[in-house]
Design a protein around this ligand. Structure first.
Ligand code: 3MF
Ligand code: MG
Ligand code: MG
Length: 412
């Protein structure tokens, strides 16, 4: 093949996307509670060892593009759209006004707001730092975000604690720091109760998001289970207002099974919001788009969520790779992520109604006949042959993933 002239490259990308097929219309995409973060598509590809590869884009452009593609909801950190020094000033009000205009112009809704508590130097010792002025500022920031949320019509507020941890052990008292952290969540909920009354709206759903490592060496709330423990610890003043925003990759990063983490959250009634992406176990937070690494696991995750009637947001918290251009973010990255999600969601429905999986799971629950519960060996014998169905179900899930259940064959 000859080298491709620069001016023909976008057309090539578009043609191959078209040829790949599998895309849904914006109308179909809008039926799902898929939410698009400002920061995901505005990410310029920078990191500790990486210079940016893409140029900045405005929230107006982000909202317009989400709308065109069919992602009906937008969410943001406070400082994604309002520089830290402009918060609490008239510039904040002016920006919030422009966001409202942009959302309504494009038929979009704001689903969620979140406070940046990890990037700015003020958070060097976390939002629950020893110095009371940092903590007071944190409370103001969290309350201000809740206020922005009400102004924009959001239903959710997310908290990723970011720098809540340490580099050198013994420098902080973990129990005290966690108490101070809970005080911040309490201040946000308290502000929410007052603001909700003022705006004549329901209070927001406050969702805690854990991550096991990055950007601190050691993290005080590393998993969704740790967040559940905090919610039920007695330190949280309004535990009914507080739940979880698990992130798929964050649970995988510590070596956990995301589906099991989600199951525990569901059992506690705390699965409020879900960050969807993909990546690898025991590696850093690569935020690859949903389904590109672990499609079979993702299929299973969605079976769980479908079976339990999860109806919260699916938030596209991923980072388009550094090899993707500004054009590619909207031409390839975003639509393909949304469409993989929808395809996996539909496949999860097929799993739920698959007669083979149904009969196999029913048989496993019915168990084998003829066991004498006083005799351990007879229990083993009674169920022995049935238990092969576990692996058979695994195989059936693979077949559904590759379309074999619909007659797709390979070299046969
Ligand atoms: C970090 C994250 C965050 C949170 C976001 C929401 C930048 O690993 O996942 O995304 O999701 O801060 O509060
Ligand atoms: Mg996240
Ligand atoms: Mg992540």
């Amino acid at each position: 093949m000859n080298p491709i002239p620069q001016e023909k490259q976008r057309a090539l990308v578009d043609r191959l996307m078209q040829a790949s097929g599998g895309s849904y219309s914006p109308e179909v995409r809008r039926r799902y509670f898929i939410t698009g973060p400002q920061w995901a598509v505005a990410y310029e590809g920078q990191a500790v060892f990486h210079a940016p590869v893409r140029s900045p884009i405005t929230f107006e452009k982000v909202i317009e593009e989400y709308s065109r593609i069919g992602v009906g909801y937008w969410c943001t950190h406070d400082t994604d759209v309002i520089p830290t020094n402009d918060l609490f000033t008239s510039k904040q009000d002016e920006t919030v006004g422009r966001i409202k205009t942009s959302l309504s112009k494009h038929g979009m809704k704001c689903s969620m707001v979140t406070t940046e508590t990890f990037h700015h130097p003020v958070w060097a010792a976390s939002s629950a730092a020893e110095a009371s002025d940092v903590r007071e500022y944190a409370n103001r920031r969290l309350s201000n975000t809740v206020s922005i949320g009400h102004q924009l019509g959001a239903q959710y507020c997310v908290y990723w604690p970011g720098t809540l941890g340490y580099y050198t052990q013994g420098a902080i008292d973990e129990t005290q720091t966690l108490r101070w952290y809970a005080d911040g969540i309490n201040a946000a909920c308290q502000a929410d109760i007052e603001l909700a009354q003022k705006h004549q709206r329901p209070t927001l759903k406050h969702c805690l998001e854990a991550k096991p490592f990055e950007p601190q060496a050691e993290i005080l709330l590393p998993t969704s289970d740790a967040m559940l423990a905090l919610i039920f610890s007695g330190l949280i003043k309004y535990p009914d207002m507080v739940g979880l925003n698990p992130e798929y990759l964050h649970e995988l990063m510590w070596g956990g099974a995301p589906r099991a983490s989600l199951a525990r959250a569901l059992l506690c009634g705390k699965l409020f919001h879900f960050d969807i992406n993909d990546g690898y176990r025991l590696k850093h937070d690569v935020d690859i788009a949903v389904g590109l690494v672990n499609p079979l696991d993702w299929l299973n995750v969605l079976v769980l969520l479908r079976s339990h009637g999860y109806n919260g947001p699916f938030n596209l918290d991923y980072k388009p790779p550094r090899t993707t251009s500004n054009y590619g973010v909207f031409a390839v990255s975003l639509p393909s992520a949304v469409d993989r999600f929808i395809t996996l969601w539909e496949m999860a429905g097929e799993v739920q109604s698959d007669p083979i999986i149904k009969e196999a799971t029913d048989a496993l629950k019915a168990g084998g006949a003829g066991a004498n519960v006083a005799d351990v060996n007879s229990i083993v014998e009674a169920n022995k042959e049935l238990l092969s169905l576990h692996e058979l179900i695994g195989n059936r899930l693979f077949q559904i993933l590759i379309g074999a259940h619909r007659g797709r064959t390979y070299s046969l």
